[in-house]
Design a binder for this molecule. Structure first.
Ligand SMILES: CC(C)(COP(=O)(O)OP(=O)(O)OC[C@H]1O[C@@H](n2cnc3c(N)ncnc32)[C@H](O)[C@@H]1OP(=O)(O)O)[C@@H](O)C(=O)NCCC(=O)NCCS
Length: 168
């Protein structure tokens, strides 16, 4: 299994993985809309030359107090082909993705998702770090991971995703 950055020839396969995993086109469309936006990160999992998984990160902004500059990214969507789920591919993509985020100078990553799943990567409730979500979601599903110790000590407020997320 190889985890690598998206290449120009991967676009159709990435779309297919997102369509298959989510059973709708919203996430695939979102990735297509955000492709090429500054500070986005798109990684694929490749096995026998087939793309079997995909993870995407995009920049979020903070309305509140925060050092400037401060790169924070939102994880998602992440998708694995249905017949390849629960084989560790999603975990590989996320671990690798978080490492690339760290190398890019990203200080923290937020995610909206299943707490039981994201806890294993070190994510915890964002509210405990003083961060809230612009969307009306239960507190426990909005999580954050600091990529440097105490990265969020001086950073608190309302997290806003790219506007392309609004229709999701
Ligand atoms: C979520 C997803 C990316 C995980 O990828 P994966 O390759 O199946 O995950 P892994 O094999 O690394 O991890 C499997 C673990 O995730 C857990 N898991 C998978 N989907 C889960 C869910 N919806 N809720 C809670 N846990 C889940 C499994 O219980 C499993 O736990 P275990 O190892 O203790 O058995 C994949 O299942 C998927 O594409 N789902 C559909 C799209 C989606 O919901 N994406 C996430 C929201 S952006």
């Amino acid at each position: 299994m190889e985890i690598r950055a998206e290449k120009s020839g991967d676009i159709a396969a990435i779309r297919m993985v997102n369509l298959a995993a989510f059973g709708r086109d919203s996430e695939a469309n979102l990735v297509d809309q955000l492709r090429g936006v500054a500070s986005t990160l798109s990684l694929v999992a490749v096995e026998a030359e087939q793309i079997v998984g995909h993870v995407f990160f995009s920049p979020v902004t903070i309305e509140g107090t925060c050092p400037d500059p401060f790169l924070m990214l939102g994880l998602g969507p992440v998708a694995v082909l249905p017949d390849r789920q629960r084989q560790g591919i999603g975990s590989l993509l996320i671990h690798h993705g978080l490492e690339v985020c760290r190398q890019l100078g990203c200080k923290a990553v937020v995610v909206l998702g299943y707490p039981e799943y994201y806890r294993r990567f070190g994510f915890g409730p964002a509210k405990q770090k003083g961060l809230s979500c612009e969307y009306p979601v239960p507190n426990e599903v909005f999580m954050v991971l600091e990529l440097e110790p105490d990265a969020l000590v001086a950073c608190q407020g309302l997290i806003k995703y790219r506007p392309e997320f609004h229709g999701l």
